[in-house]
Write a protein that binds this ligand. Structure first.
Ligand SMILES: [Zn+2]
Length: 348
């Protein structure tokens, strides 16, 4: 059966994948797993001490999953996670320590991680913490250079989410045009070696528009970065009502309302609308030869909303391809059908 280099993945908790989960992933052509939980102990590294047992345990788990056909995108720490021992944020010492940490991780996970994503969405202020935009660019460059210095064959990139820039419309997006600013700082530096451009977006759930938005988003992001694009996160919630015009105008947060501001195609947030979003998204990805992979957020539904900590809040509990009992939702079937239609992806 023909295969394409397109990497299809899901965000999943790799520490808790059952045999049934893995069988369902294989059947749907899912072989990419993305993980930021490497259990890397920065304090120990910076003190010259060995890493803890759980760091080695995750490497062993990844090796086992690789033998079963899975491939990994691993994340390096983001600015908000960097320990005080690394130095004053934005100082030369701080960037040098970050470069060394990323080089260490690349060497330790060589042959286990096929892709490295340096930090996560530093265009969002929560993730870049106290760093300025220029310091965030320097941070990313230090991480990229650290990984590349090891000579690893793993592909290296960063991810951006505030694109296209819509100041005031998307949380954290101001007139500073954070996403575009950081993307230009990294991708327009001729000295920097980068293999792909990561892009995260949630049209129809967190952004106005729907699956039809991908067409222009991807063309414009490719024009900006000139790199093969991997969609590091996309997804759609299958639960939650729609806000009334008054609720929308009042700016209420979705967790507070238990409702959404946006939906794809005006179809609301239902299991069927989620399935349709996935089908339409993959149809667009497949038409773009410069899109080389996509990671769906996320594998299963969740019991508690990670944002407001409330069980059953529709905001962060219904993005899964599987329900809470690990049974396939219409979204799973849609994902699987899209793989067969566009990518002929089968994992041996
Ligand atoms: Zn919530």
């Amino acid at each position: 059966m023909p295969t394409t280099p397109f990497l299809t993945g899901v965000a999943a908790d790799i520490g808790h994948l059952s045999d049934q989960d893995k069988a369902l992933m294989h059947a749907a052509g899912i072989r990419g797993l993305r993980t930021g939980r490497l259990h890397f102990d920065q304090e120990k590294f910076l003190s010259g001490e060995p890493q803890p047992e759980r760091f080695h345990a995750i490497k062993a788990r990844m090796a086992g999953l690789r033998a079963e056909g899975f491939r990994f995108t691993a994340l390096t720490p983001s600015p908000f996670e960097i320990v005080g021992k690394a130095g004053v944020p934005g100082s030369a010492e701080y960037f040098e320590n970050y470069r060394r940490m990323c080089a260490f991780l690349a060497a330790e996970f060589d042959g286990l991680a096929d892709f490295w994503q340096v930090a996560n969405e530093v265009d969002i202020w929560i993730f870049r913490a106290t760093l300025t935009l220029d310091q965030s660019v320097a941070f990313l460059k230090a991480g990229i250079q650290g990984i590349k210095s090891t000579g690893t064959k793993a592909k290296v990139g960063i991810n951006i989410t505030l694109f296209p820039s819509l100041p005031g419309e998307v949380d954290g997006n101001t007139e500073a045009h954070e996403g575009v600013y950081i993307a230009k700082g990294v991708y327009h530096d001729p000295e920097l070696e980068l293999d792909f451009a990561g892009f995260d977006s949630y049209p129809g759930t967190w952004r106005k528009g729907g699956a039809e938005s991908w067409d222009a988003y991807l063309d414009e992001f490719y024009a900006l970065t000139k790199k093969p694009i991997i969609i590091q996160e996309f997804g759609y919630s299958s639960a939650g009502g729609m806000m009334t015009a008054e609720e929308d105008a009042g700016g209420i947060y979705p967790c507070k309302a238990g409702k959404w501001r946006f939906s794809s195609g005006g179809r609301g947030h239902t299991p069927e609308a989620q399935a349709r979003f996935i089908e339409e998204s993959f149809a667009t990805f497949a038409r773009k030869p410069f899109v080389i992979g996509a990671t769906y957020y996320r594998w299963t539904d969740q019991t508690v909303c990670w944002q407001c900590k409330q069980p059953g809040c529709p905001v962060e509990t219904a993005w899964g391809l599987l329900d809470l009992n690990h049974q396939p939702k219409p979204s799973y079937e849609s994902y699987k059908a899209s793989m067969q239609k566009h990518f002929c992806r089968r994992v041996p």
